[in-house]
Design a protein around this ligand. Structure first.
Ligand SMILES: [Mn+2]
Length: 361
């Protein structure tokens, strides 16, 4: 399995004899499902899974090539790992310090005989496998269908919360396990809040409404933002007083996507969007990164930020989501997920990005 080879390469670099994996994110490729419970212990020769009664049967049915150990209240993780350490001669074990609480880390250091060193497995998730790309594409298809549905659904008089409920219901109908994060519906002046979770506010004709949402599909996430013009006040989108601002965000988003190809540094892509927005005079109104990698977590590394020097590689998936926020007036954000290909970027959504009116038109 490629993932075991990658983990063992990391063990060599870090001069550890084993890797103890406890995070939900990094257990998923081994378990085949998402669980905060249990452990994976990868050694040079073997791969072990430690789970309790609740998961043992499912793991036994799903996995091949792992040695299974049942966690019991009388036989906790440290006892099993100490036994494996004796059998396989493990001196130094890596653990996921960034995902382990201070309390657990201290308890493990007390109870485990081998030395513990913190090792990050996050870099291993930056380039996705073909299977992971397929799952993220499906999560994106669900979000894309939901965006089209919700544009027709929105009308003046609805509360933001009602719009979010319809959106989430629709995504589940389409196969989503759950939303990949709390759905953002930010209308009118609330659009100036980049993370304005759906509220009791009533949506009004002529406002811009920003929806930022995603689906989780078989443990993998999508993330999508579209900003619509609420019908009932203007005949054409160009009549909105915020139309010019919308166009600036759209041009910045397209400029960032155009900058993406293998070998380009992430900060270069951020700069493409940021410079366009600054030149239009909105620099201070764009106070977040241009995007982030996505996969098992909604937000992963690398980031399209001014300080991220990571070079893009084919098989990476990231969002591109510049925005402009005007206090008291409103905001615009447009977000796609892109796949870095051999030659550039493939956008995983079909939904148009021109300013669209809500409703059936
Ligand atoms: Mn995002």
């Amino acid at each position: 399995m490629a993932i075991l080879t990658a983990i063992r390469d990391r063990m060599m670099q870090q001069r550890t004899d084993a890797m103890l994996i406890s995070s939900r994110q990094n257990k998923l490729p081994h378990f085949g499902f998402s669980s905060s419970s249990g452990f994976v212990l990868v050694t040079r020769q073997h791969a072990h899974i430690l789970v309790d009664f609740r998961y043992y049967g499912e793991i036994a049915a799903r996995t091949q090539g792992y040695q299974l150990h049942r966690l019991e209240s009388t036989r906790p993780m440290a006892d099993i790992v100490n036994q494996i350490a004796t059998e396989e001669g493990l001196q130094r074990i890596g653990f996921e310090g960034e995902h382990v609480s201070w309390q657990s880390g201290n308890a493990w250091r007390e109870a485990l005989r081998p030395e513990l060193v913190s090792v990050s497995l996050e870099p291993l998730r930056q380039v996705k496998t073909a299977n992971e790309i397929a799952l993220i594409c499906e999560a994106c298809r669900i979000a894309d269908a939901a965006a089209s549905h919700i544009r027709r659904f929105i009308q003046p008089g609805l509360r933001e919360r009602e719009v979010a409920a319809e959106l989430e219901w629709f995504m589940k109908q389409q196969g989503a396990e759950k939303p990949s994060f709390d759905t953002i519906v930010a209308s009118g002046p609330r659009g100036a809040l980049p993370h304005g979770k759906a509220s009791e506010k009533v949506i009004v004709a002529g406002e811009l409404v920003t929806l930022d949402f995603g689906a989780q599909y078989q443990g993998y996430c999508s993330d999508m933002t579209r900003t619509f013009l609420v019908a009932g006040r203007y005949e054409r989108p160009e009549e909105s007083p915020l139309f010019a601002m919308y166009q600036t965000v759209l041009e910045a988003q397209l400029a960032a996507i155009a900058a993406i190809r293998p070998g380009v540094a992430c900060h270069t892509v951020d700069a493409a969007a940021r410079e366009h927005i600054s030149h239009a005079g909105y620099g201070p109104n764009f106070g977040h990164n241009t995007g982030h990698a996505i996969g098992i977590d909604v937000h992963e590394d690398p980031r399209f930020s001014p300080t991220d020097n990571t070079l893009l590689r084919p098989g990476m998936l990231l969002t591109v989501e510049p925005g402009i926020y005007l206090d008291g007036e409103g905001g615009v954000r447009i977000e796609d997920v892109i796949l870095v290909t051999e030659t550039g970027a493939e956008v995983l959504y079909q939904m148009p990005k021109t300013l669209l009116l809500t409703g059936d038109n």
